[in-house]
Each structure stands twice: as C-alpha cells, then as structure tokens.
Design a protein around this ligand. Structure first.
Ligand SMILES: Cc1ncc(COP(=O)(O)O)c(C=O)c1O
Length: 434
C-alpha cells in the first residue's frame, strides 16, 4: 500500500518490498506485528544463506577455495555492518551468537577492569540483555545505579540519569537505543555526552533501533553498540561494535591458538558463517529500499562523499522511519478511540519521532496473553504479550504481576490496512479521516 498522507515526507510503496518476503506471500497472509520479537526475511537473505552452503561451506583461513570464499563472505558482512551503523572500520565489527551472548562476553572482560567502588548505570527502559550482564558485575564489587523513566510517557528521566552518574566513579552506562516494549527512543547522544563527561563508557543496545532508523556510531560517539540481525530482516546472528581502542585493550576470554587481533580475538569458536552471509544480504536489502524509494537522496549522500552502500542506507533508513511514523500515528490514533484500552509510552503525535512503531497496551476485556490469542484467531495477527524481557520496565509500570501488556510491533512491510484490521478486531472501526 502507498501512504498518501500529505504530511508524509516520503511516498513509500510497500508492495514491491512485501513481494520479496516469502512469508508475506503465504495465503492467507498472517499479519506480522511480532517484529520486535523477530522480523521476516526477504528472498535475498534466504538465497544468500543457501548459496553459502552450496558454494563456500568451509572453516576460515584455509589455503583452498571454499575457505577463501568463507573469509570473503565474512569480510563482506563486516563491511556491510560497518556501513549500516556508520562504523569507520570493519575491524570494529564483532559477530557472535546473539546480542545477549556478546554482551555477557564483553561484560565479563570489562568486569575484570573494575576496582572496588566503581559504578555502573543501567536503566529501567532496557531489555534484560542490557541489564543483567552489567548488574552481575556487582559480584566484582561494582556499585549499581539505575536511571528511571517518566512513567507517564515512558521516556527516560534525563535529570535522574545525570544524578545517577558519579564523576570519576561511574565506569559504564548501559542504555537502549529504543525500548523493545514501548518503543521509546532515548536521547542516546545526550546520554553519551553526559556519561563521557563523568568519565564513563557507554554501551548502546540498538537491537530495536536498527530496523527503524539510521544509526551512526561515529556521531553518537558511543563506546560499544550491539544489535541482532534477526530483528532487521536477517538471520539469528548477534553483532557488536566497539571502538578500536577498547576492543584492543580489554582482554577477552579466548582459546590460545585463536588470533589475538581485532575483531577475531572477540569471536569465540567457529562463527555462524551461513548466517553471516545472510547478514550481508539483509543489509543489501535495506540499501535497496533506499535505492528504490529515495534515489535522489542516495545521490546527494554520494555527492557528499559517502560510499554508495552507506549512501543507500543513509537514504533508506529515514524513508523507513518516516513511513513507520505514519503507521505509528494511525495505530495510536485508532487505539485512543477504543474506550477501555490503555497504551503505555509516548502517544503524543507531536513526539512520534521519539519512538519506534512498537506499541504496548492492555485491554481489560482479556488478559494480554488471551488478547494475543484472540487477535491470532480472528485475523491471523501475530503479536506478543508479557514482559518481552523488559523486566524492569514492566515492574516499573506495575504490569509484571498482571501478565505484562500486548505488544504491536510494526516494521516497514506492515500496511495501514493491517493496522485497520487490528483496530477493527479490537472492537471498533477507526475514524481516522483518511
Ligand atoms: C532491546 C533488545 N535487546 C536485546 C535483545 C536480545 O537480543 P538477542 O536475542 O540477539 O540476544 C532483544 C531481543 O528481543 C531486544 O529486544
């Protein structure tokens, strides 16, 4: 469908994109609103995984063709990830099993640098994968501080965050780039600036931001950033970026014969080569969105000196963000018209820029789990309920005891018709005037 809202900055036609996803061509087509739990995969990714097995399947570093092709596949994917997140150097991209595994791995090494009394700040907005790896370091003597949200709108309380910093003592701040439960995008650049002023490093969990907006680790100046390819249309592979100096100076736990240069020293065991082939294809898919729907912008980024792949991504992600903002507006406006629904997080249409299209709500007619069952039965809607591992947030919003909330998480392949179907199943045809 094409969104023709005059306020939309981009005409974004989902049809040619949806056509690339086999899961979106199944009849009857499910409505995938479970995207924060994992996105669907375009044919290019599926083919890249298959092609790896067919042509390149080997271990790395050998003196023969399939091994050399494997080395090339991995190098290509590192460059693709560097392009996607604006990393200056592909050697700063580490692959691993998952964001969670990579974060525990890094935290273990980071923890060994702590002195008694050093402090760590986590937030109430984060997925537990960016909480427990750090709070576990209390065992090494770390003092834990936590940054709260404004519960009324689910935004990070920057003043309280600042108060949680102790200059000279805070060693690390762990912050999400977007909440996986309620969609809030905190001001990561401001958090990073304040953390650096206090002498702390910053670890950004960008798992839920990468599919929805442009990431630029150089501009953010964060020390680490992690994401997960299955949340951005790729396979189940985790990705960690770290500033070169940190990846070189921290000491990873590794087997002795493994290379001690970056990024290899952080990559424990044999990687998921076929998945990594798919990561590069997922990034190429995203770049193709820029070439398809924002070609003039691609050219202007190239004219400003960006490489063509980065230029295409720099054009694609704002186009996706604009389109998804339209979906968020429609969804939030429709939910607001359903009498007994409570939405958690930012609902102000003026602040759509500060959220991704992930919306959590409760509906007193049914429990969150039963609501998801009802949506699945009535309209083939895939949606999650519960805490989605955003445990602190659900506790803070007093939802943990009552089964959490229903989460509707859109991606750029969702349509306004799908949102209208959801809204009508929830009991009311939306009156949105468009
Ligand atoms: C915000 C956020 N961080 C981290 C994770 C964990 O990612 P992974 O499954 O790659 O460990 C998730 C998964 O849902 C997430 O939503």
């Amino acid at each position: 469908m094409v969104l023709d809202d005059p306020a939309a900055k981009t005409i974004f036609d989902t049809a040619p994109l949806r056509a690339q996803f086999p899961a979106l061509r199944v009849k009857p087509t499910p409505i995938f609103f479970d995207n924060p739990g994992g996105t669907q995969v375009p044919m290019g990714v599926i083919e890249a995984v298959g092609a790896y097995y067919a042509r390149s399947n080997a271990n790395v570093g050998g003196a023969f063709a399939t091994s050399q092709r494997t080395d090339h596949v991995i190098a290509d994917a590192r460059q693709a990830m560097a392009d996607l997140i604006g990393a200056p150097d592909p050697a700063t991209i580490v692959f691993g099993a998952s964001m969670t595994a990579l974060t525990f791995h890094l935290a273990r090494s980071f923890g060994e640098t702590l002195r008694p009394g050093d402090e760590i700040v986590v937030t109430n907005l984060d997925h537990d994968a960016n909480v427990t790896p750090w709070t576990d370091l209390a065992a090494q003597g770390a003092v834990l501080r936590s940054a709260d949200i404004h519960p009324a709108d689910g935004t990070l309380d920057l003043e309280r965050f600042q108060a949680a910093l102790t200059p000279g003592r805070t060693r690390l701040v762990a912050i999400t780039h977007a909440s996986n439960a309620i969609g809030t995008i905190p001001d990561v650049a401001a958090v990073t600036r304040l953390a650096h002023e206090a002498g702390a490093l910053v670890f950004v969990d960008a798992v839920q931001y990468v599919p929805h907006g442009p990431v630029n680790v150089a501009a953010l100046d964060c020390d680490f950033l992690a994401c997960s390819a299955y949340k951005f249309f790729g396979p189940h592979v985790g990705v960690l970026y770290g500033k070169r100096a940190h990846l070189e100076h921290l000491t990873p736990h590794k087997v002795r014969p493994a290379k001690d240069t970056i990024p290899h020293r952080w990559e424990t065991g044999t990687l998921n080569h076929e998945g990594i082939a798919g990561v590069a294809a997922a990034v190429r898919y995203l770049a193709s969105v820029g070439e398809l729907w924002a070609a003039p912008l691609v050219q202007s980024h190239i004219a400003r000196g960006e490489t063509p792949p980065r230029a295409a991504l720099l054009a694609a992600m704002p186009a996706i963000k604009d389109y998804e903002a339209q979906l968020s507006r429609r969804l939030l406006a429709g939910l607001a018209q359903i009498e007994d629904i409570t939405v958690y997080g930012l609902t102000d249409p003026e602040r759509i820029e500060d959220r991704v299209p992930t919306v959590a709500f409760t509906w007193p007619r049914l429990s969150p789990r039963a609501t998801c069952g009802y949506l699945a039965e009535k309209a083939g809607i895939c949606a999650w309920s519960g805490n989605y591992y955003a445990l602190r947030l659900m506790e803070r919003l007093n939802l943990q005891e009552s089964g959490g909330a229903v989460r509707i998480g859109c991606a750029h392949y969702n349509t306004s018709e799908e949102i209208d179907t959801l809204l009508s199943v929830l009991g009311e045809t939306p009156r949105l005037g468009s």
